[in-house]
Design a protein around this ligand. Structure first.
Ligand SMILES: Nc1nc2c(c(=O)[nH]1)N[C@H]1C(S)=C(S)[C@@H](COP(=O)(O)O)O[C@H]1N2
Ligand SMILES: [Mo]
Length: 359
């Protein structure tokens, strides 16, 4: 990829802003004999995989298979990682339910032991690093199984999910600021929480092993095909209520603001982030002799993909091939493109994806 000096300086500044710039000795993934990773000149020079003690970025150049290994899965959160004793853990379900529940991990395992392949990214994931992304094979219980066991009352409208992580927040109210302690909280409307497709999921394992502290041990919510924010980690309480949930991370964060023409007038519309917008990017390029291979990551909300193409130096778009190991509806999809006889030098390589709706 080509980049200007100004771009280089911008990248440097961004990397510095993430924390101390450190040399990253990444482990070469499953490369064939003689195959090497081609460096990106617009990113990753000073890639720091752990910009803070509780944060981790995934180096997409280390892509080695369909699932992100647990010690490479990205992690980000607001209040650090709470420690939860799995033996003492109980998931509380309360509010507008017929029976209040306090479920142990054993109770949950007995209620369900199904798998869900789901990939997601943080809604703040962006170029050039694209490191806030991962794809997992999760094991757990459909959320509906737990809600059905509690029995939602007729007037139950909003299902609120609280993590065990807490922090002080300043809340402005009637001209005053109040410092209040909060848990990370997100909610889903009743219909979305109970929907068959995509069905929200309570996961206690990632890639066949108990969740790590980073990924929300011992239990987290996964909303397949959605951005990361609703996937509440260290899930400890589900509160069922009638009123919309107004917590900070539901109503003040994770929103988009855009102008829309409504009734012939431009209106500024705020919406909460929900399903993953269609996206592709070149995650990794390798070469073996003069044979190059580009791997593209595609992520979306499960809408079928029509095509993925790769373009070099502004030339013709070339079709990339779907990786047969990544066909799960809500998982990320990998696509490969082989480039024979690449001329020596720097090149700009770009990908694009089109879904079945033509988007
Ligand atoms: N309890 C809790 N869950 C949380 C968060 C948090 O701060 N606290 N952050 C959310 C955000 S913004 C993202 S992108 C994902 C990241 O999940 P991961 O660390 O497993 O990659 O967790 C979500 N779940
Ligand atoms: Mo996020």
């Amino acid at each position: 990829m080509t980049m200007t000096r100004r771009d280089l300086m911008k990248t440097g500044a961004a990397a510095a802003a993430l924390g101390a710039v450190a040399e990253f000795d990444w482990i070469l993934p499953a490369l064939a004999q003689g195959e090497v990773v081609v460096p990106f000149t617009d990113s990753h020079q000073n890639f720091n995989p752990t910009p803070a003690p509780d944060r981790r970025l995934f180096d997409t150049r280390a892509l080695s298979g369909p699932f992100t290994p647990k010690d490479q899965f990205f992690t980000t959160q607001h209040y650090g990682h709470p420690e939860i004793d799995p033996a003492a853990f109980r998931l509380k379900v309360s509010g507008l339910v017929n029976s209040t529940l306090a479920l142990s991990l054993d109770d949950l395992r007995k209620m369900g032991n199904t798998e869900l392949i789901a990939g997601f990214e943080c809604s703040g994931n962006r170029r050039p690093l694209q490191g806030l992304i991962g794809n997992g094979r999760w094991t757990g219980v459909p959320l509906k199984t737990v809600l059905d066991k509690a029995g939602l009352k007729a007037d139950a409208q909003e299902i609120v999910f609280f993590g065990a992580d807490r922090g002080k927040e300043t809340v402005a109210f009637r001209g005053n600021n109040f410092d209040v302690e909060q848990q990370y909280g997100r909610s889903l409307p009743r219909a979305r929480a109970l929907a068959a497709e995509p069905a929200p999921f309570l996961a206690y394992a990632l890639n066949g092993e108990p969740l790590t502290k980073h990924q929300g041990a011992p239990l987290r919510l996964i909303v397949p095909g959605w951005y990361g924010a609703p996937n509440v980690k260290w899930l400890s309480e589900i509160v069922v209520q009638n009123e919309p949930y107004m917590g900070k991370f539901q109503t003040h964060w994770y929103r988009t603001l855009k102008g829309e023409m409504i009734n012939g007038e431009m209106k500024w519309v705020e919406t909460g982030i929900t399903h993953l917008n269609l996206k592709s990017f070149v995650a990794r390029v390798t070469k073996n002799g003069n044979a190059h291979k580009a791997t593209v990551i595609v992520l979306n909300d499960g809408t079928p993909i029509k095509s993925v193409e790769v373009q070099v130096d502004g030339g013709a778009w070339q079709p990339a091939k779907a990786d047969p190991a990544t066909t799960a509806k809500y998982g990320w999809k990998l696509y490969h493109w082989d480039w024979a006889n690449a001329p020596a030098g720097e090149h700009t390589i770009v990908s694009r994806v089109t879904d079945a709706t033509g988007k």
